[in-house]
Design a protein around this ligand. Structure first.
Ligand SMILES: [Zn+2]
Length: 95
């Protein structure tokens, strides 16, 4: 069953209820104060889940919103690792 969001007419937080798609009430009762609450039309929860693609999208979105700032100079660069560890390759002529 889909989840629908309702907003209380008072200052309470929004709350969710699950209803079948054949009977979606436009109004409900706030569980906190008992006043009436109207259904809020929002964006569908597309892509919700915990798949790797969703996590990548969330990480990309978070870096756009709050990029990591470097607070200090990074340490010394390490020497690049040699391409080959074979000592005989050192004897080969170099260009
Ligand atoms: Zn309320």
């Amino acid at each position: 069953m889909p989840t629908y969001v309702y907003r209380c007419s008072e200052t309470c937080d929004d709350f969710t209820e699950q209803h079948s798609m054949s009977s979606i009430p436009d109004e409900s009762t706030c569980p906190e104060c008992g006043h009436g609450a109207r259904r809020v039309i929002g964006a569908p929860a597309l892509g919700a889940g915990n798949s790797a693609a969703v996590r990548l999208q969330d990480a990309t979105r978070s870096t756009a919103d709050s990029p990591q700032v470097v607070s200090s100079v990074p340490g010394r660069r390490r020497r690049p690792t040699p391409v080959s560890a074979n000592p005989l390759h050192r004897r080969l002529p170099r260009p």
